[in-house]
Design a binder for this molecule. Structure first.
Ligand code: FMN
Length: 291
């Protein structure tokens, strides 16, 4: 249980901690009173109490002074700036032949770790792969894994069987994907890597599979990372093939020495982009129903 206290000398008695805490750790018995730490056992460490208190009166053992930053309003981008980076991000697949600087990768991970997570679990972990041989082996294992995965979908009987297991529509879709995967595998064998596109850095997002919502957590972190990478002038794309192969068998998780209880939930391939985009293509209008 965390140690939480309120300094009655600096507390402004505004009750902000009681309002920000959604699990009722704090209680303000009457308006203008210093709140009490009533139910510290309920705290799940979200840090809202220390973040909301303007006078720093709340102390929390998980958030010593050096673990609480002050927001710089002038650094917060406008809606237009946020939208511009979101729209100008592209999946980039042509890279310069040099690894991403460690300092840049660290900046990307800094953005990733500030993503929200279910119950503030912050359980997502990262493997950064820059070793060329390992990158190539991951691509190789991806091709092998996906070919194995598609094997049952190649015959009508196999598709029917898989249809019973996973539903007809999904089985049919995977059946349609098989020829595309064959072409990809042929290209890969002839030296054309459409799995990693010669990305020089791969970030593998993994977490304990018993968490509350590890896949969502990982992919929120991944999108933070992708936008930060864009802001840094890096290029990246979602490593969906690698992710699918990781779900199929343990060869890539084992290659990366992931804990046995962990699953890969997201893969981001990265590098210094060779191409510069100057325009963004329009997307479908949002299909929305207001209820
Ligand atoms: C779940 C997911 C998996 C993806 N897998 C791959 C992949 O394996 N290889 C790749 O080059 N791009 C992959 N992409 C990128 C998409 O092709 C891309 O986002 C889409 O074509 C739109 O282009 P944009 O990202 O430039 O806007 C993936 C994207 C997502 C969201």
């Amino acid at each position: 249980m965390p140690r939480i206290a309120i300094d009655s000398n600096t507390c402004k008695r505004d009750g902000l901690c009681t309002m920000a805490c959604i699990v009722g750790v704090f209680q303000q018995d009457e308006r203008g009173a210093v709140p009490r730490v009533a139910r510290p056992e309920r705290c799940f460490g979200c840090g809202h109490c220390v973040a909301i208190c303007p006078s720093g009166a709340v102390s929390h053992s998980s958030y010593p002074e050096d673990a609480v930053g002050t927001i710089a309003p002038e650094q917060v981008p406008t809606y237009e700036q946020v939208l511009e980076i979101i729209r100008s991000r592209r999946s980039k697949r042509k890279f310069e032949d040099r690894p991403v600087d460690r300092a840049d990768v660290e900046k990307v991970l800094e953005a990733a770790r500030f993503a929200p997570s279910a119950h503030n679990a912050q359980s997502v972990e990262y493997v950064v792969v820059q070793d060329r041989e390992t990158l190539h082996r991951i691509a190789e294992l991806t091709v092998e894994g996906l070919l194995r995965m598609l094997k049952p979908f190649r015959s009508r009987v196999g598709r029917a069987l898989m249809g019973l297991i996973m539903g007809r529509r999904k089985a049919a879709a995977l059946g349609r994907f098989a020829p595309e995967m064959d072409a990809l595998a042929d290209l890969f064998r002839s030296g054309n890597d459409l799995i990693l596109h010669e990305a020089t850095t791969l970030i593998v997002f993994h977490a304990d599979d018993a968490g509350a919502s590890p896949s969502v957590d990982a992919n929120l972190a991944l999108q933070n990372a992708a936008l930060a990478a864009e802001a840094l002038g890096l290029g990246c794309f979602y490593g969906g093939f690698v992710l699918a192969a990781c779900g199929r068998d343990k060869s890539i998780p084992e290659l990366l020495s992931l804990p046995a209880t962990h699953e890969v939930y997201g893969v981001l391939a990265m590098g210094y982009p060779k191409l510069k985009y100057r325009k963004w293509p329009e997307r479908r209008p949002a299909r929305v129903r207001w209820v």
